[in-house]
Design a protein around this ligand. Structure first.
Ligand SMILES: [Ca+2]
Length: 267
């Protein structure tokens, strides 16, 4: 009996731990919302642009493109896809994600560990910085730069020093979401991060506080439309948000169109 009495607190502790684990598991695995979409409008997109970064700012699209010898940073007129201004990267750089913070555009490179800062108005390069690991997507919550590197972890960088200050693991019902690619921070009460996932026809919606997957936007029909137009490695990659007019734009590598879409929650 004495032994049993002594074990009772241990059993209760084990039960409490198991209950807490179940509760935390339920929070992590809260149901993911599913979204379909409707196309509001199609805009022409340069089919030679290997899109790696997409941002909408003050009436224009800004696009970062990749591939060695073809990488660029460009300002594009949405309506007809005309390139209004552009900077070509040197041959040794493979351009990746871009974002706009304050009066500057920031661009990553894939395996060169170099980031570039440009003046927003003139596209003149004003600064070069170093970072560890691969550069894939880039966005900002208005304070920090948020980058992806092809893993399931997003890294927050200080926007002045470009040093990492936080790592956010992205997890959903199916576990870690790897191959996180182009990013777009969508402002709101809590804010959300929209992420392309390499070779996935869906956009992942992420809670920036916890890294939990909030939902998935299924863009398979758009991807199939583009694949029928061309074929090849023209994967979905490129999300831009016009906060002033609440417009969402998506495109892909070498796609023929930029699509303005509206989301529809599936029951
Ligand atoms: Ca983006």
């Amino acid at each position: 009996m004495i032994q049993f009495r002594n074990r009772l607190p241990i059993l209760m502790t084990v039960m409490i731990i198991l209950m807490l684990f179940a509760v935390s598991n339920a929070i992590v695995h809260a149901e993911e919302a599913r979204y379909s979409f409707a196309v509001v409008k199609r805009y022409p997109h340069d089919p030679q642009a290997f899109t790696q970064g997409l941002v909408f700012h003050d009436g224009s699209l800004y696009e970062g493109t990749g591939l060695y010898g073809r990488s660029s940073l460009r300002k594009v007129r949405l309506e007809d896809g005309v390139v209004l201004d552009q900077v070509l990267l040197e041959q040794e750089y493979f351009g990746e994600g871009i974002t706009i913070l304050g009066d500057h555009i920031v661009q990553l490179t894939w395996r060169e560990n170099k980031g570039f800062v440009y003046d927003l108005e003139t596209l003149e390069k004003t600064e070069t910085f170093d970072y560890a690991g691969e550069g894939w997507g880039l966005t900002t919550d208005g304070t920090y730069l948020i980058m992806s590197d092809g893993s399931h972890v997003l890294t927050y960088l200080d926007s002045e020093t470009f040093q990492p200050v936080r790592h956010l693991e992205v997890r959903g019902e199916a576990g870690p979401v790897r191959n996180l690619n182009e990013l777009e921070y969508i402002p709101g009460d809590k804010g959300e991060i929209f992420a392309n996932v390499w070779f996935d026809d869906r956009i992942c919606r992420i809670d920036p506080e916890t890294g939990t997957v909030l939902g998935w936007i299924d863009l398979r029909d758009l991807c199939e439309e583009e694949r029928a137009l061309r074929g090849g490695e023209d994967v979905l990659n490129g999300i831009a948000y016009d906060a002033a007019n609440d417009r969402l734009f998506v495109t892909g590598k070498l796609w023929r169109n930029v699509y303005e879409i509206e989301l529809e929650l599936e029951e």
